[in-house]
Design a protein around this ligand. Sequence first.
Ligand SMILES: Nc1nc2c(c(=O)[nH]1)N[C@H]1C(S)=C(S)[C@@H](COP(=O)(O)OP(=O)(O)OC[C@H]3O[C@@H](n4cnc5c(=O)[nH]c(N)nc54)[C@H](O)[C@@H]3O)O[C@H]1N2
Ligand SMILES: Nc1nc2c(c(=O)[nH]1)N[C@H]1C(S)=C(S)[C@@H](COP(=O)(O)OP(=O)(O)OC[C@H]3O[C@@H](n4cnc5c(=O)[nH]c(N)nc54)[C@H](O)[C@@H]3O)O[C@H]1N2
Ligand code: SF4
Ligand SMILES: [Mo]
Length: 839
Amino acid sequence: MSGAISSHGGLTRRSFLKATGAVAGAAAVTGVATPTLQALAADYESGQKESEQERIFRGVCRPNCFAFCHLNVHVRDGKVVKTSRAPYNEKCYDRICQRGLSHVHRIYDPARLQYPMRRVEGTERGAGEWERVSWDEALDEIAGKIKSIQTEFGESAVAFLTASGNQSCAITSAYGRLSSLMNASSIGACLDMGSYYGMQAVAGLYISPLMGLQMWEGNEPTDAKNAKTIVVWGANITDAQVQNWHLVKEAMQGGTKLVVIDPVYTQIASKADRWIPIRPGSDTLLKYALMNVVLEKDAQDVAYLQQHTVAPFLVRSDTGMFVRRSDTGIAPVPTGVMNPTTGKEVMDDPYMVLSNGELVSVDETSAPDIEGSYELDGVKCRTAYALLKEEILDHSPEKVSELTEVSVDDIYELAEICMDTPVYHYEGYGPQAYNNGGHTTMAGLTLCALLGNLGKPGASYGAFWGVHMGVNPAYAAPNGPSTGFAIPSVDLKNVVETGKFGGKPAQIKMLWMYSANPLNTHTDTHAWTDVIIPAMEYVVVADSVMTDSARYADMVLPIAQWFELEEVANAGQCSSLHYSEKAIDPLYESKPDPQIVTELAQKLGLGDYFKLDNGGILEEMYDTDMGKALGMDMGNLREKKQIRFIPGDAETDPHIAYADGKFGTASGRFEFYREMPMPRAATTKTPTPEEIDRERMARWFPPLEAWPENELYKKYPLVLMSERPRYRVHSQWFSTPLLRELDPEPYVKINPADAEARGISDGDYVECYNDRGFAVAKAVYSQAIRPGMLVYPKGWQLSQHKAGGWSELSSTEFDVFAVNNNFMDVLCEIRVWNEGGAR
Ligand SMILES: Nc1nc2c(c(=O)[nH]1)N[C@H]1C(S)=C(S)[C@@H](COP(=O)(O)OP(=O)(O)OC[C@H]3O[C@@H](n4cnc5c(=O)[nH]c(N)nc54)[C@H](O)[C@@H]3O)O[C@H]1N2
Ligand SMILES: Nc1nc2c(c(=O)[nH]1)N[C@H]1C(S)=C(S)[C@@H](COP(=O)(O)OP(=O)(O)OC[C@H]3O[C@@H](n4cnc5c(=O)[nH]c(N)nc54)[C@H](O)[C@@H]3O)O[C@H]1N2
Ligand code: SF4
Ligand SMILES: [Mo]
C-alpha cells in the first residue's frame, strides 16, 4: 500500500520532523544512537515510577475503540504531565496507542469547554453565538424547561440520547436513574446493530455466570493463535482494532495464516497471506457459495448439525413453525417449573424429528435424520436442513462469482481454507453497515455451524465485545422502568414527523444528549438539523468540546474529562470491569456528569434519590450482596483495578464461544432457521409477511443503494465508504493539537482511474455529493481503492470541513429487523470543488 497513497493529506516534512522530535530527543539524552527494542522497553519502565514530585494514578482510556487500555496518569503540581501504559492484570492486554499517549493534549486542549453556555436569544441554532451562564442559571433554566415541557406535552416528551462516547457505569446509571424517575423517553443508538442482530437471531445471547453479557460473541482474540487460519471479514484490525493486531501477528508468527476479505486493500490486507476483494454489500452471497462448495465436497459436520442445530427439526409448510409433540395430538405436560421472564409455567412439548423416517420426539434419538420430509395431517413438513440446503444449492460459485466479483477459483480456494478447521473468522463492522447487513453475520455463523467450526479452540465466527449487566439493577430504576418511549435513533425523524410511536401519540420536545454526537456520528445530518432539532422546544448537550451536536444545542454543559472523576468502565473486548481513579480536579468550571445529574435532580424535587457523591454512587452500585459475592465490590475494584466478567483467563484459558454446544435461542440450539423472526427493536415500521418470511434464514437481498441495479446508480455511481482513522475514535480527539498536526484535514481516497475520468488531480479539493448533502475534502489518489468506490476517514466535525460534512450523505432509512445505521450503504458522485461557485 505504500506508494499507493501519495500526498497523504499534507504530512509535510517539517511537521513530520516536529512530530518525531520528541523521540529523537529521548535517544540523544540516553546516549543510544539506535536504541534496541529492549533498551526502549527498559527506558519505558523507568519512566513509570512515582517520585516526590510526581504521583501516578490509574486511568482507563474509554472511548468506544473496544480496548479500555489501562494507563498511568502522571500528575505534577495538580496537572497531568504524561499518560503511559499501565500493567493490565493479564499481560497480553497491556497496550496503549497514540491517542492514549496524547491525553495531556486532549485534557488541556484549548478548545475544551470551560463553562455552561446558552445560545444567545434571537440567534438561530447552530449559528455559534453563545453567552456564558453560571451553573445555577443553567440548571434552573433546564429544570424549568423540563417541567413546562412535561406539563404541556406529557412526561415522555423529554428524551435522553446517548451513544458510545464513554462506555461507563456511573455516568450512564446516574442519567438512567434520573430518566426513569422522570418517566422520560430514551433514544437508542443504532450502531453496529446489524451484526448484533444477526448474531442473536441465530445464536442468541450469552450471559456469563459473572453477569457479563457478550453482546458480540466469538472466541476471545487471544484464542486466534489456535486456528489454522484467521479469516477477516471487513475489519481493519491494524487501524480500527489496533489492540488486537499484536494478537493476530503473534498467531501468524506461530504459523496461523491470515486471509482478509475486504473491497479495500486495507493496511491489514497488505499484511495478509491472501486478500480477497469483494463487491460491497455482497458478503452473504459469498458465504452461501462457500457453503455450496462444502456440500459439493460432502464436508458438512453431520453430528454437529444433528446435535447442536435445528437441522433435524421439522418445519410445517403451512405456518413455518417447528413441529412439536402437541401437533400429534398429545397435550403439553406441565413441568412445575416457572419461566422467570414470562412468569408462566414451563410446559413440556418437545420438538419432533425423524429417526430413520419415523416421527419421534427429539429426546428419543441421538442421531436424528437431517434430511427428509413428513406429512402431518395433510401438511407437508421438511427438515430445517432441507430448507437450508435448498438455499445453498441456489448459490453456485459461478452465479455468486458474477455478483460478488470474486472469481470461482478464489471461491474454491477460500472454501478449502474454511473447511480446513479450526478457522477463526473475525468479523468487523463494515459488512454489517448495509441495509442487508444483519444477514452477513447470520450467514457467517451458519457456514461455521455447517462445518462444526464453533465452540472449540481456534474455531469461531464473530466479533467479541462484552458489557457488564451490573450488580444493582435497582440503581438505575428505583421505582421501576420509565414509562417513556424507547425510540431507536434511526426512527426518531419518523416519530417527529408522524407524532406517533407504537400506535400511540408521541411528541418528543426536548433532547438531552450526552456521550453522543449524533449530528456527526449518526446517519443523515440533515435529518437532525432540518427535522429533529427544529421540532424540539429545547436541546441540551453535555460534552467537553464544541461538537456538531453541541453547536445545535440551546444549552451546552462542560463535562469533566475521564481522569477528573472516579469511574468504573464496564465494557469492551477485554470483558472486564475497569477502575479509573480521579487524578486531577475537573478543569475550569467543568463537572462530572453524575454531579450535573445530582444537582439538577435537587431542582426537580428528586433530590432524595441523589444524595451521594460520585464515589458514593459507585459504592451504591457495586457494594451489593451480589457485587460482594462476585468479588466486584468497590473495595476489590479499587484494589485490583480490573476484574474479568467472563470465566477463564485471557492468556491461559481464553473464552470460547458456545463451548458447551448450547445457544441462547428458544430451542437452545443454533437456529439457522427461525420460527418467529422478531425485529431487534420496535419502530414506526411493521414487517411485511414477505419480510418475515425472508428473515427466517440468512438471505441475501440488495443493499438499499450500493448495488449496480439500483436506479440511483445512474446518477451516483460511486459507493461512499468510511474508515476508522488512527487519529480519532469517531469524533473524539478531533481537535487534539498534536494529532491534528499528523492529520490536519479531511480527505477522501479515490482510485486514480475514477479521478482522472472526472478531471480530478491528486490533492485537489473535491466535493462528494448526492441528493441528501455533500462534503468537501482533499482528494488522495490510491490504488488501494477499487474503482467505483470512495473511502473517507470518519469523524471530522462539520466545522473542520471546508464545506458540508460526511454524514450529510448517508440516509436514516433502515431495515425493519436489524434497525441499524447503514453507514456504508451510500451512493454519491464526486467533482472538483468550485469554491464560491454554484452547487
Ligand atoms: N482508531 C479508531 N478505532 C476504532 C474506532 C474509531 O473510530 N477509530 N471505532 C471503533 C468502533 S465503535 C468500531 S464499531 C470498530 C469497527 O472496526 P472495523 O470494522 O475493523 O473498522 P472499519 O475501519 O470500519 O473497517 C471495516 C472494514 O470493512 C470493509 N468493508 C466495507 N464494506 C464491506 C463489505 O461489503 N464487505 C467486506 N467484506 N468488507 C467491507 C471496509 O473496507 C473496512 O476495511 O472500530 C473501533 N475502533
Ligand atoms: N460515517 C460513519 N459514521 C459512523 C460509523 C461509520 O462506520 N461510518 N461508525 C459508527 C459507530 S460503529 C459508532 S460506535 C459511532 C459512535 O458515535 P458516538 O458515540 O456519538 O461518537 P464519539 O465521537 O465517540 O462520542 C461522542 C461524544 O461523547 C463525548 N464524551 C466522551 N466521554 C464523555 C463523558 O464522560 N460524558 C459526556 N457527557 N460526554 C462524553 C465525546 O467528547 C464525544 O463528543 O459512530 C458511528 N459513526
Ligand atoms: S484510544 Fe483505545 S487503543 Fe488507544 S489507548 Fe485509548 S483505549 Fe487504548
Ligand atoms: Mo461502533
